[in-house]
Design a protein around this ligand. Sequence first.
Ligand code: SF4
Length: 163
Amino acid sequence: MSSIERSPWLIHYDASSCNGCDIEVLACLTPVYDAERFGCIVTGDPKQADIFLVTGSVNHLNAPILKNIYDQMPEPKAVVAIGACAYSGGVFAECYNVAGGVATTIPVDVYVPGCAAKPESILDGVVRAAMILKEKEKAGRKARALARKEGRRSPKRRAGGAT
Ligand code: SF4
C-alpha cells in the first residue's frame, strides 16, 4: 500500500446488469469494507475522477454514455471492469442488444472476476488501478520531459485540455 502516493477519486457507472455487482461496489464504500482507508473518494463528476469503476454489460444504448464519461476524465486515468458482465457480457452476452464487455467501448486496465464480484476483490482492483495510475503518471512525466528536451510540443496532460 505504500506505493499509493495520492488519493484516487472514483467514479462508478452501472451499465446493463442485474445490479449484483453494483451493490457490491456500494458495499466497498461503506465503513465495513472502507475504501476510504486507501484515500478513495467517490465523485459524480468525470472531470475530477481518476479511476472509472464499471459494472454490467455494454449495449447499444449505454455505450455512448460509457464513452462520454471516459472521454471527460483527465489523463492519466484507469478503468476497472467489475464482474463477468463487464468482462464479456456475462449472462446477458446472448441478448439481442448486448455488444459485450466494457472493452468493446473503452480500454480496460483491470478486470475484477466474479458473479457477483466480492467487495474484497473490488478493493484489490481499485488498489491495482491506483498503482497503474502511478505508472501512467511516471510515463507521462518522462514523455513531457523528453519533448521539452527535444524542443517539441509536450504531449497532452489532460483530456481535451492544454498541452
Ligand atoms: S456479473 Fe453477475 S452479479 Fe455482476 S452484474 Fe453480471 S449477472 Fe449481476
